[in-house]
Design a protein around this ligand. Structure first.
Ligand code: NAI
Length: 803
C-alpha cells in the first residue's frame, strides 16, 4: 500500500455514518464526523435562549448522532476511550476540515440531489489524492459523480457498508468507469486488512450484489408463504439454521432491520430495474403496506412480525397472523418430516434430506424458495457480477449464511436440481444449461488442492482468488498436513516450519486430550525443522474454558489425587509454552474464557482477532483460575509497575481482583489489552479470515530473533499488608450486600493467591510459587458444595449461579 491514510472524514452522522466513523476509530484512525446545521430551534433550545448561531445548536445533529453511537448495543466502538479519536463538527463551520482528509466517506440521506451538491463542494476542497466514497445503497454510483472534475472521478467509488458496520463483514466496493484502478485496489486492500471486512468488488447495478439477491429472497419467501398459507413461525422455522441461515431467519431479520427500511429498499429497486423479469416481486404486498401504515415496523416500534408481550412479568413474543393481522401466542411448529432430518450434518446432506420429500409441507417450502433463489441468482449473471465466487462471498458475508446460492446449488446437485426446476417451470439462466451440456456438473471443484470456480465468461474453470493469509485448517487437513490428532485436538503442519495446534473438542473446552496434543506439539517443536507454533482454530470460538463436567465428576467422587494431577499437567503445559525456546503464538477470537484465556496468556505472544471476548470467568463456577491465569495477571499488570521503587501495589491488585473476581470479559481485543491480558507486543488482527495466517506470520517473524523468557523470580508477591486491604474491601462489599457470603469466600481465596499467600512483606518470587497457590485454592474450592452447585447449574443452564 503506497498511499497513507492519516485522517478520515465521514459526512452524515446517522445510523451508518456514525457507526462507520466509530469503526475507523476502532482501526486506529482519527476521524472528522460532520453533519448539517439545523434550520430550526427545538422548544428546549428556545427556552434556554439559544439561537441558530449557538455552537451547541449548530452541532446538535452531529452530537445527537454521535451520542447514539456511543450508546449503541452491541457497541460500535471497541472501547470507550476511542471516542476521543472522533472530532465532531458541522458542514457549515467546519467544511475546511475536509481539506486535510485523505479519505472522505459520504453517508448522508439517500437523496441524489443532496449527494450531488455535497460532492460538488467536496470537489472544490479535497486534496488531489484524496479518496471520496459514497455509502449509498440504491443510487447508481456514477450518477453521484456526474459533473465532477476528472481528478475527483478518478478517486471516487462506492463503499457500501452493512449495518452495523463493526459486526457485519461485507464491504461492497463499487468503482465507476473513471475510478483509477489503483484507488480500487487500495480501498479493497484497506477494507480487508485495516477495517477487517470481506470485500467484494461489484458492478454499478441497483443494490449491487447482496441486497439485490437479498431483497429477492426475502420478498419471495414472504410471497410464497402468503400464497401457500405458511405461518410466520413456519417460515422462520424453515429458513433459519435448518438451511444454514442465522436464527433471525426471514421475519425476525425483517423486524431487526425495520420494515420501513426493507420496504424502501425494495420499492427503490422496483423503479431501478425495469428489465428484471422478477421485478413484480419488489412491489410490497398489501400485508406490508398495512404494517407500514400501522407502524408495525419491527423491533424499533416493538411490533412487526413479532410483538413483545409481557404477561405476569414474563416476556413473550407473540406472532402476527398474516390472515387476521392479529398477534397470537407462539405455537410449536409441527413438521415431522423436518424434525427427523434437522440434525443431519453437514449442511449439504441436510438440505438434500429436507428438499427430497416432495409433497411434504416443509420440504416443499424450502425446495421452492431455494430453487427460485438459485435460479434468480443465475439469471443475474453477468448483470451484477461476472464471477460466481463474488456472489457467494457477498451473500455469506452480508447475511451470515453458511453458503451462497451457487455453493448451495452444488450441495444439492446441479444436474438433478436443474431437471426438477425445468419440470416445475423454474427458469435457470442459459449459461447454466451450457455448463451442464459441456459435461461440467458443479460450479466449484478442487484441482490439486486449488479451489476452482466455473466462469460463465470463459465457460471454463478458473482458480478462486484468495489472500495468502486465508489459511484453511480444514483444507490443510484434507491435504494430508495433519501430523497427529485425537478427538479433542489436531497438530497441523501450517507450512514454512510453523506447527499449529487446533482444538476441536466440544465447545473447544480444555481437556486432557488437548493436553496430550499440546505436549506432543511442544516436543515436536524442539526438532530443528520447526520454527514456531500457533495455537488456534476456525470453529465458533477459541475456547470456552476447561471441561468443568469432568472436574466436577472427580470432585464429587473425591478424586483429589487425579484432580491435583490434572491441574499440575495443565500448569505444566502452560509453563512449557511460556518458556518454549521457540515462539508459541496463540490466536484467540470470539469466546476466549477461563482455560481458553489461560492458554492465550501462557503463550509467547498473542495474535488476537479484534473481536475477542476474553476473560478469567472461573468465579462464575465457584473457582479461581488455576492454569496460571492468576499468576499471569499479576505478572503482566502488577509486576512491571513494581520495578519502580515505592510504588503502591494495592491499586494494581485491586484492578486484577475486580476483573477476575467479577468474571469480567473484554468486549474486544482492544479492551482485553486495556485489561492487561494483551500487551503492547501482542497484535490485533482486524480480519478474522486472516487470523491463523497472521498468527503464523507473527510466529515466523518472531522466530528470527526469539529469546524465551528466563524462568526466574518474575512475579511480585505483595504479601499480607495488601491482602489485608483487599480483604477489607471484600468485607465492605459483603456488608453492603453487593456480594454473597460465598462470593466473599471465593474472593478471599482469590485475594490470597493474587497477593502471593501469607508472605509478610512484598517480594519477588518465582512463577511456581503462584501456581502452587492457585492449585491449592482451586482444589479447596472444589471441596465446597456451593462450588459444585455452581458448576452443575452452569452445565444445566449455561448461566452462572449466585449462591
Ligand atoms: P440516516 O437517516 O440515519 O442518516 C442520514 C444522515 O444524513 C443524518 O445524520 C442527516 O442529518 C444527514 N443529512 C440529512 N440531510 C443532509 C444534507 N443535506 N447534507 C448532509 N447530511 C445530511 O441514514 P443512514 O441509514 O445512515 O443512511 C445513510 C446512507 O447510507 C444512505 O445513502 C443509505 O442508503 C446508506 N445505507 C444505509 C444502510 C442502513 O442499513 N441504514 C446500509 C447501507 C447503506
Amino acid at each position: 500500500m503506497s498511499r497513507i491514510i492519516k485522517r478520515v472524514a465521514v459526512i452524515g452522522s446517522g445510523t451508518m455514518g456514525g457507526a462507520i466513523a466509530a469503526h475507523f476509530a476502532n482501526a486506529g484512525y482519527f476521524v472528522d464526523l460532520l453533519d448539517i446545521v439545523p434550520d430550526k430551534l427545538t422548544p428546549d433550545e428556545e427556552r434556554k435562549g439559544l439561537t441558530l448561531e449557538s455552537p451547541a445548536v449548530r452541532n446538535r445533529i452531529v452530537n445527537g448522532g454521535w451520542d447514539r453511537v456511543k450508546k449503541s448495543r452491541p457497541a460500535a466502538l471497541f472501547s470507550t476511550e476511542l471516542v476521543e479519536r472522533v472530532r465532531l463538527g458541522n458542514l457549515a463551520d467546519n467544511f475546511d476540515r475536509l481539506a486535510d482528509a485523505d479519505w472522505i466517506l459520504e453517508a448522508i440521506v439517500e437523496i441524489l440531489d443532496l449527494k450531488r451538491n455535497l460532492m460538488e463542494r467536496i470537489d472544490g476542497i479535497r486534496k488531489p489524492a484524496t479518496i471520496v466514497s459514497t455509502n449509498t445503497s440504491g443510487i447508481p454510483i456514477h450518477s453521484i459523480a456526474e459533473g465532477r472534475s476528472e481528478g475527483f472521478k478518478a478517486h471516487f467509488l462506492g463503499t457500501h457498508f452493512f449495518n452495523p458496520p463493526r459486526y457485519l463483514k461485507l464491504l461492497e466496493v463499487i468503482p465507476i468507469p473513471d475510478t483509477d484502478p489503483e484507488v480500487v485496489e487500495f480501498v479493497t486492500q484497506f477494507g480487508a486488512d485495516v477495517l477487517g471486512k470481506t470485500v467484494v468488488i461489484c458492478k454499478d447495478t441497483p443494490n449491487f450484489i447482496a441486497n439485490r439477491l437479498g431483497v429477492f429472497i426475502g420478498n419471495y419467501r414472504l410471497a410464497y408463504g402468503l400464497e401457500k398459507g405458511y405461518t410466520v413461525e413456519e417460515v422462520d422455522y424453515l429458513t433459519g439454521p435448518l438451511i444454514g441461515t442465522p436464527k433471525t431467519a426471514t421475519f425476525r431479520l425483517s423486524d431487526l432491520v425495520g420494515l420501513d427500511v426493507m420496504a424502501h429498499v425494495s420499492r427503490n429497486l422496483y423503479d431501478l430495474v425495469p428489465d428484471d423479469e422478477s421485478r413484480e416481486l419488489f412491489k410490497n404486498p398489501p400485508v406490508v403496506e398495512t404494517m407500514l401504515q400501522k407502524g408495525m415496523l419491527g423491533n424499533k416500534t416493538s411490533q412487526g412480525y413479532y410483538k413483545e408481550v409481557r404477561q405476569n412479568g414474563k416476556k413473550d413474543y407473540w406472532v402476527l397472523d398474516l390472515d387476521s393481522m392479529e398477534y397470537k401466542p407462539p405455537t410449536k411448529v409441527a413438521m415431522p418430516e423436518i424434525e427427523k432430518v434437522k440434525k443431519v450434518q453437514p449442511l449439504g446432506e441436510r438440505l438434500k434430506a429436507v428438499v427430497g420429500q416432495p409433497g411434504e409441507r416443509g420440504s416443499d417450502y424450502v425446495w421452492n424458495t431455494t430453487a427460485q433463489y438459485m435460479a434468480y441468482s443465475s439469471r443475474r449473471i453477468p448483470e451484477i457480477a461476472d464471477d460466481l465466487a463474488s456472489v457467494d462471498t457477498a451473500m455469506k458475508a452480508g447475511y451470515g449464511v453458511e453458503s451462497g446460492p451457487f455453493e448451495t446449488w452444488d450441495m444439492l446437485g446441479v444436474p438433478q436440481t436443474v431437471e426438477r426446476m425445468s419440470a416445475e417451470g423454474i427458469e435457470v439462466a442459459p449459461w447454466v444449461r451450457d455448463m451442464l451440456a459441456k459435461g461440467y456438473t458443479s460450479f466449484y471443484k478442487t484441482e490439486n488442492g486449488q479451489q476452482m470456480v466455473y466462469s460463465p465468461l470463459t465457460c471454463e474453470y478458473v482458480p478462486v482468488v484468495t489472500d495468502k493469509r486465508q489459511v484453511s485448517l480444514t483444507g490443510l487437513k484434507s491435504q494430508g498436513k495433519e501430523l497427529k490428532r485425537n478427538d479433542s485436538a489436531s497438530v497441523i503442519d501450517l507450512g514454512d516450519g510453523i506447527l499449529g495446534v487446533e482444538f476441536h473438542s466440544r465447545a473447544n473446552a480444555l481437556d486432557d486430550m488437548i493436553g496430550q496434543m499440546m505436549a506432543w506439539a511442544l516436543d515436536e517443536l524442539e526438532k530443528s525443522q520447526w520454527n514456531g507454533l500457533v495455537i488456534g482454530n476456525q470453529g465458533e470460538w477459541f475456547g470456552a474454558g476447561a471441561n468443568i463436567a469432568i472436574v466436577a465428576m472427580n470432585a464429587m467422587a473425591k478424586q483429589w489425587g487425579p484432580l491435583d494431577k490434572m491441574i499440575r499437567d495443565l500448569q505444566g503445559i502452560h509453563q512449557r509454552m511460556r518458556f518454549s525456546p521457540k515462539p508459541v503464538v496463540a490466536a484467540p477470537f470470539n469466546m476466549t474464557l477461563g482455560g481458553g484465556a489461560e492458554v492465550a496468556l501462557a503463550s509467547s505472544r498473542i495474535a488476537a482477532s479484534a473481536e475477542t471476548y476474553m476473560g478469567l470467568v472461573e468465579v462464575g463456577v465457584g473457582l479461581i483460575p488455576a492454569g496460571g491465569g492468576c499468576k499471569e495477571m499479576v505478572r503482566r499488570v502488577l509486576s512491571p509497575a513494581m520495578k519502580t521503587p515505592h510504588v503502591d501495589p494495592l491499586p494494581f491488585l485491586e484492578r486484577i481482583f475486580l476483573q477476575v473476581g467479577t468474571a469480567k470479559v473484554s468486549t474486544s481485543a482492544v479492551e482485553a489489552r486495556n485489561m492487561g491480558m494483551l500487551d503492547e507486543a501482542d497484535i490485533i488482527v482486524m480480519n478474522p479470515e486472516f487470523l491463523i495466517g497472521e498468527a503464523k506470520q507473527f510466529a515466523l517473524d518472531l522466530a528470527e530473533t526469539y529469546q524465551p523468557p528466563v524462568n526466574d523470580k518474575n512475579v511480585y508477591a505483595a504479601g499480607k499488608p495488601v491482602l489485608a486491604a483487599l480483604e477489607l474491601g471484600i468485607w465492605s462489599m459483603l456488608e453492603a450486600k453487593q456480594i454473597s457470603e460465598y462470593d466473599a469466600k471465593i474472593g478471599r481465596k482469590l485475594a490470597y493467591v493474587l497477593t502471593g499467600g501469607s508472605i509478610s512483606q512484598g517480594q519477588w518470587v518465582n512463577e511456581q510459587h503462584f501456581l502452587d497457590l492457585e492449585r491449592e485454592a482451586f482444589l479447596s474450592l472444589l471441596g465446597e458444595q456451593k462450588t459444585l452447585d455452581r458448576i452443575s447449574h452452569m452445565l444445566q443452564t449455561g448461566k452462572p449461579l449466585r449462591n
